[in-house]
Design a binder for this molecule. Structure first.
Ligand code: ZN
Length: 292
């Protein structure tokens, strides 16, 4: 089995078109190991993971990109985070039985929220598209058309071993001599890509098969990996926000406060002493935060 876990950028030498390709192998299986997903949701989460990695290729600063699906059900929530270092995690929450179907059927009425956060400044940019369409690819295409006014096409696929995707984007150009047929031609060629090609082949093999008559420059592979950003400190902060009374009542009822990270299944256990210590060092209450 190929272990790729890569993001590749590429461009067409004689046309104002660029692209990205993502292959998730071990990264994707780390996510699947942690929760048992019904097949249609496995595809949905895999596509969401690949879409996040593809979009991270355009981050121009250190930070992170989060794709969040919010729906009325059966899927109620989907979250995928990918950092500019391409460390990623993801999960879906759902209720009841899942029948295979288009995105709007899996999500009911809902939205895809795209959040980009700059690490140094903490600045956040947010975009929202509804999930009325058939697929994640379609929702991302609409988001990019709105936010960047650039024509973009995506192909996303996932199975139980790998998840992969291809993105091509038409760049703005002032070149009068530009090959005006290039964009429809590249889209038509890219559209012939088969799921098994995307899942099974390397980036250079895929580009060669699709665009063998075009002059395509493929850049070096950038690594992608699974990593959960959860930590003891982050869990402590979350518990502080719940408040001293709430934490005390949990301790009285159960003896410990147990927190399990949904992304990686890491368990954090606080006994009575740990729980009291949360409110000694840095007392935070709902009231004090309101003065900011
Ligand atoms: Zn975690």
């Amino acid at each position: 089995m190929k272990e790729r876990d890569t993001l590749h950028n590429f461009l067409f030498e004689h046309a104002a078109i660029r692209g990205d390709m993502v292959h998730l192998d071990a990264t994707w299986r780390e996510v699947l190991k942690r929760h048992e997903y019904p097949a249609p949701l496995r595809s949905l989460l895999g596509e969401l993971m690949v879409a996040a990695a593809l979009l991270t290729a355009r981050l121009k600063f250190e930070g992170s990109l989060t794709l969040q699906l919010q729906g009325s059900g059966p899927v109620t929530l989907g979250v995928v985070e990918c950092s500019s270092e391409r460390l990623m995690r993801g999960l879906l929450r759902w209720e009841g039985d899942i029948e295979p179907g288009p995105l709007h059927q899996l999500m009911g009425t809902g939205q895809l929220v795209i959040t980009i956060e700059q690490r140094r400044t903490g600045e956040r940019y947010q975009g929202v598209v509804d999930v009325a369409g058939d697929s994640i690819a379609e929702a991302i295409e609409r988001y990019l058309a709105q936010s960047e006014q650039l024509e973009t096409r995506l192909w996303l696929v996932a199975n139980e071993q790998s998840a992969a995707g291809l993105l091509v984007q038409r760049m703005p150009t002032r070149d009068e001599a530009e090959d005006v047929d290039a964009w429809p031609r590249v889209v038509q060629l890219a559209d012939t890509v088969k799921d098994e090609e995307l899942l099974g082949l390397d980036a250079h093999e895929i580009l060669h098969r699709l665009f063998f008559e075009e002059d395509v420059r493929l850049f070096e592979a950038l690594p992608v990996a699974f990593r959960c950003g959860c930590s003891f400190e982050r869990v402590e902060n979350t518990l502080r926000m719940l408040g001293h009374d709430e934490i005390r009542s949990i301790i009285e009822e159960r003896g410990t406060v147990d927190v399990t990270c949904e992304f990686c299944n890491q368990k954090y256990v606080f006994d009575a002493v740990d729980a009291e210590a949360l409110f000694i060092d840095r007392p935070v209450s709902g009231d004090s935060s309101m003065h900011h």
